[in-house]
Design a protein around this ligand. Structure first.
Ligand code: T4K
Length: 368
C-alpha cells in the first residue's frame, strides 16, 4: 500500500447529502448562495474573523486581495513557498522581491525587510509556512513605519492561534487555502480574512466580475467565486475539523517521540504559546547540499512512501524567476532549508503502525 504525504479529509457522506438536498431544492448553484453565506458565517465564527470572503482557490484569493489593496510596483516576499505565492504577484504585474528566511525556521526574516525596501515597494507578503507564525509584530512595525500593506499568505495556517490570537487576524489581509491537501478542504477553495468592511465589499465585487448591479459594473473583476457544491463540502467538513486537528496532533507526537533519538534529524517544536494545526510534518536532515535528504526521499519511495520536499526547489531556483533575484539580497538560509527539508506523511487517518514504519526507515537510512 502506498503512503502519500497527505490524504484528504472527507466529510461524512450522509452529512454532505443533507446539503446536497438543499442545493437541489433551492436550485441556487453559485453566485454567493445560501450555503456560501452559511460557510462564511461559520468560518468567521471559528476563526474569530471580522470579515471573510470565500474564493474558488487561494491563488485567485491572493491575486484579488492584491488588487483590492491597490498594490503597485514591488512586493517583498519569500522564496521558500509554493510557486503559486509568487505567481500571483507576477500575474498582477507586480515585481516580487525575494528576501531570505530566518536562520532557524521557515519564514521571512523580518530583520531583512528594510534592506529590500525601495521607493517602489507597496507591500510585504510573508507566508506562515507550515502554519508556523511569522514575526507578525516586527513585520507590522516596519509596515507602519514605511506605509506598506501587509498581506499574509496563510494558505497553511487554518485555525492556528498564537498567544491566544488567531494568526489570520494579522496584517491587512490573510489568505487561506482550502485545497484538497490542506487541513480544512472544500476540494478546491480559499478565503480572504480582513478587518475592514470596505475591503470585504471590494473583494466580493472583484471576485464577481466587478458587478455592482444589473446595469452597473464598477471594477475589472474576475470570476473567483466558490460554488454552492464546494461550500457544501466545507460545511460538512466543519463538523469534524477540531477532531481532525486533534488526530494530526497525536500523529505529530508519535513522530516526535519515535524520531527523538535519531541523530541529524530535527522536527518542528511548536512553542508553548502556539495552538498549531499540524498541517505538515517537515523534518530537517542535517547534511550538505541535500544529498542525504535526497537519499532518504528516494529510499522512502522504494518502500512506497511518498514524502515531499516542500519547498525544494526554491521559487527563485526556477528559470522563470531567476531574473527576479537581487545580488544584494542573499537567500542562503532558504537555500539551505530547501536542501534539508523533507515533509513526511501526516493526515488524520494515518495509522500509528504506518508512522512507525516511516520512522523505522528514516532511522535505518540515516544510520547506514
Ligand atoms: N500559497 C501556499 C503557501 C501554498 O502552499 C499553496 C498551495 C497556495 C498558496 C495555493 O493554494 P491553492 O490555489 O491550491 O488553494 C500541493 C497543492 O496542489 C497545493 O495546493 C499546495 N499549496 C502545495 C503545497 O501542495 P502538489 O503538487 O504537491 O500536489 P499533489 O497533487 O502532488 O498532492 C500531494 C499529495 O496529496 C498527493 O501525493 C496525494 C494527495 N492528494 C492530492 C490531491 C490533489 C490526494 O490524496 N487527493 C487529492 O485530491 O501541490
Amino acid at each position: 500500500m502506498k503512503l502519500m504525504v497527505t490524504e484528504p479529509l472527507l466529510p461524512d457522506l450522509s452529512d454532505f447529502d443533507k446539503y446536497l438536498q438543499r442545493i437541489w431544492t433551492n436550485k441556487i448553484l453559485t453566485n454567493g448562495g445560501p450555503l456560501h453565506q452559511e460557510l462564511e458565517r461559520e468560518l468567521a465564527c471559528l476563526l474569530d474573523a471580522k470579515h471573510i470572503s470565500l474564493f474558488a482557490n487561494a491563488t485567485l484569493a491572493l491575486a484579488v486581495a492584491q488588487q483590492a489593496l491597490g498594490l503597485t510596483g514591488e512586493v517583498i516576499t519569500t522564496p521558500y513557498s509554493f510557486v503559486g505565492t509568487a505567481h500571483t504577484l507576477v500575474w498582477n504585474n507586480l515585481t516580487p522581491v525575494f528576501i531570505d528566511i530566518e536562520q532557524s525556521g521557515f519564514n521571512m526574516d523580518a530583520k531583512k525587510i528594510k534592506a529590500a525596501i525601495t521607493e517602489k515597494t507597496s507591500a510585504i507578503m510573508p507566508v506562515h509556512c507550515y502554519g508556523m507564525p511569522c514575526n507578525v509584530a516586527e513585520i507590522q512595525e516596519i509596515a507602519d513605519n514605511y506605509g506598506l500593506k501587509v498581506i499574509y499568505d496563510a494558505a497553511h495556517a487554518f485555525c492556528v492561534r498564537n498567544n491566544g490570537k488567531m494568526l489570520t487576524n494579522h496584517g491587512d489581509m490573510s489568505i487561506l487555502s482550502f485545497h484538497a491537501t490542506k487541513v480544512f478542504n472544500t476540494f478546491e477553495g480559499g478565503a480572504v480574512i480582513c478587518n475592514d468592511l470596505r475591503l470585504k465589499q471590494q473583494l466580493d465585487s472583484l471576485k464577481n466580475f466587478g458587478i455592482y448591479d444589473e446595469t452597473t459594473v464598477t471594477a475589472i473583476g474576475i470570476n473567483g467565486k466558490m460554488s454552492e457544491l464546494h461550500a457544501a463540502v466545507g460545511l460538512a467538513q466543519l463538523k469534524n475539523i477540531k477532531n481532525a486537528i486533534a488526530l494530526r496532533k497525536s500523529i505529530y507526537e508519535s513522530y516526535a517521540q519515535l524520531l527523538s533519538d535519531v541523530q541529524g534529524v530535527t522536527l518542528i517544536v511548536p512553542p508553548a504559546s502556539l495552538e498549531w494545526n499540524y498541517a505538515y510534518l517537515p523534518i530537517l536532515i542535517d547534511n550538505s547540499s541535500g544529498m542525504l535528504r535526497n537519499r532518504l526521499y528516494e529510499r522512502l519511495k522504494t518502500e512506497n512512501i511518498y514524502a515531499r520536499r516542500y519547498f525544494y526547489p526554491l521559487i527563485t531556483s526556477h528559470q522563470i524567476y531567476s531574473h527576479y533575484k537581487r545580488p544584494n539580497l542573499k537567500l542562503e538560509n532558504a537555500a539551505n532549508r530547501a536542501d534539508e527539508v523533507l515533509c513526511l506523511p501526516i493526515y488524520p487517518s494515518l495509522k500509528e503502525c504506518d508512522v512507525k514504519s516511516v520512522c523505522r526507515i528514516v532511522k535505518d537510512e540515516l544510520a547506514g
